[in-house]
Design a protein around this ligand. Structure first.
Ligand SMILES: Cc1cc2nc3c(=O)[nH]c(=O)nc-3n(C[C@H](O)[C@H](O)[C@H](O)COP(=O)(O)OP(=O)(O)OC[C@H]3O[C@@H](n4cnc5c(N)ncnc54)[C@H](O)[C@@H]3O)c2cc1C
Length: 509
């Protein structure tokens, strides 16, 4: 249960191995942390400082695998990591750390060091005072919600069934075996894996779930690229803490993040507060002094809750030092839970869970053959990758970033029907054909599913999609035979979601 990246990964692996698989998701695909991350597929340079060499090695190996299996969604980028006088990590330490990073990637990528002048040549926006130089290294940028959706769609192609807006209300074991209560009925299963991210709790797992997780809230802020015109992702050191923040180019936008503060309460209710903007603007303003980092220039923002496994919790209650490792645990009823970890390592985490499930099934029935994991070999979207020549067509170029090889078919459909090739908003790459695709094939139930997680105008458009939201709501409601009142309800629901997450006034639609 749970259709974040963890549940999606498990469903895909299980379905590919021929296991009958059902995913039950309380809200929408990637509703939780998996649409609120820093959107990086990375080894995590900062974990080296914490001695988490194994975690970094695994993440870098998974990064390489994702380059192969999801090339359109995992794009390598050159990260610039400067060192200033007085920084916790001077240039020499960055060089040592990145040399280890190179080795852990098995030299799939290599860093280089540049002097202050070289760093400013690469990134003219960098403050020059106190700049000692920088390292340049490779990591990757993704679209977290799309990666989750695409993984689930692959699971469906292999036979998994996915039900969204289907919360699990209770689960347990009785004389007949494991049961799950959802949508007013009881479902029987041979194995149940809870992949509820920050919602994993005593309510779902009994005693095993008590005090299992520490939650930490992380906020990102979206600005216009014209206000923060950086050329490549930038890593900024946080003074006085073992923490870094990122500034990441995102088409016509740039996002900044993240904060890291302890959180209590419903993970679905976490939002952005005034102090989050202040913190990020102060940290990043130090190295990008000419950028107008002010509240009135903000395009949008998002807030996510990290499910951190408690073992190793620092005595001061801070969440910065807690390991980002995952854990596979089993409660007294034999219900499994897979928690913690990273977007980057989801495939390896899923393999561990499905290997465990397969062992259990074979122990009960030795005649049952369950194949080994092959998720590292099979592309998420079948078909030949879109070539550079095809990207000469701006429609294909826009679509390929989200749909990979399926962009060809979408482009053909868009060309055949008037209006479908148009962009929703001029300076953003989303096309009307994708609205049609989302409504017909991507499991959209509500307007916020579409405008937050399929084509995220809620994050990228200063008007939060106000110019097109009504037309989209009408298409969505029309497709299911609803009436005008339902359109209004969808719009109100979307406005409330945006206001809750960003802490701003709801958009006027
Ligand atoms: C600010 C921030 C930045 C991050 N940046 C990165 C990064 O750059 N790179 C990286 O690799 N990782 C990053 N991470 C970590 C990564 O995002 C998470 O590890 C990952 O998304 C967790 O996925 P999940 O599926 O376990 O949880 P979630 O995505 O939260 O999914 C859990 C799902 O379970 C559902 N659910 C809950 N209760 C029930 C119920 N009763 N019945 C049915 N369904 C239920 C929820 O609706 C939700 O969809 C970041 C995390 C945060 C918070």
């Amino acid at each position: 249960m749970g259709a974040g990246i963890t549940g999606a990964g498990i469903a895909r692996d299980a379905a590919i191995r021929g296991l009958r698989t059902l995913v039950l998701e309380a809200r929408d695909v990637a509703f939780g942390t998996s649409s609120r991350s820093s959107r990086l597929i990375h080894g995590g340079v900062r974990y080296l400082e914490q001695g988490e060499v194994g975690l970094v090695y695994e993440a870098l190996r998974e990064r390489t695998r994702l380059y192969r299996t999801a090339p359109h969604l995992v794009q390598p980028a050159s990260f610039l990591f400067p060192a200033y006088a007085g920084d916790r990590l001077p240039l020499w330490k960055l060089r040592v750390g990145l040399a280890l990073y190179d080795a852990l990637s098995l030299y799939q990528s290599r860093h280089r060091t540049v002097a202050a002048a070289g760093a400013r040549a690469l990134e003219p926006l960098l403050a020059s005072e106190g700049l000692r130089g920088a390292v340049v290294y490779e990591d990757a940028v993704t679209d977290d919600a799309r990666l989750t959706l695409t993984t689930l769609q692959s699971a469906r192609r292999h036979g998994a069934e996915v039900l969204t807006h289907a919360p699990v209300s209770a689960l347990g074991r009785d004389d007949a075996g494991l049961w799950v209560g959802a949508l007013g009925s009881t479902i029987r299963a041979r194995k149940v894996v809870v992949a509820a991210g920050p919602w994993t709790s005593e309510r779902l797992l009994g005693e095993t779930g008590r005090h299992l997780l520490s939650l930490s809230r992380g906020v990102h802020v979206v600005m216009r690229a014209s206000d923060v015109p950086i050329r490549q992702p930038l890593v900024v050191q946080v003074r006085g803490e073992r923490r870094i923040v990122f500034v990441v180019p995102w088409g016509s936008r740039t996002y900044l993040g993240t904060t890291d503060t302890a959180y209590e309460g419903d993970p679905g209710e976490s939002g952005v507060e005034a102090r989050d903007y202040d913190e990020l603007f102060a940290l990043i303003g130090r190295v990008l002094p000419s950028a107008p980092l002010r509240r009135e220039r903000v395009v949008s923002a998002w807030s996510g809750v990290r499910p951190l496994v408690r073992a190793g919790k620092g005595g001061d209650g801070s969440t910065v030092e807690i390991s980002r490792r995952h854990q596979l645990i089993e409660n007294a009823d034999g219900i499994l839970a897979l928690v913690g970890g990273k977007l980057t390592t989801y495939r390896a985490m899923a393999k561990e869970a499905v290997d465990h499930v397969a062992r259990g099934i074979r122990e009960a029935d030795p005649s049952r053959e369950i194949p080994r994991c092959t998720t590292h070999l099979l592309p998420l979207v079948p078909g030949a990758p879109i070539g550079d020549d095809e990207r000469g067509d701006p429609l294909i170029a826009d679509l390929a970033a989200r749909h990979g090889p399926a962009a060809r078919e979408l482009a053909a459909r868009a060309a055949a029907e008037p209006g479908l090739a148009e962009r929703l908003v001029d300076d953003l790459p989303y096309r009307w054909v994708e609205v049609d695709q989302a409504i017909r094939f991507e499991g959209v139930h509500h307007l916020d599913d579409l405008l937050r997680r399929r084509l995220p105008l809620a994050l990228t458009d200063p008007r939060r999609g106000a110019g097109v939201a009504r037309a989209i709501a009408e298409r969505l409601v029309d497709a299911r035979g609803g009436d005008a009142a339902e359109v209004e309800r969808e719009i109100e629901r979307y406005r409330a979601e945006v206001a809750r997450e960003t802490g701003d006034e709801p958009p006027a639609i």
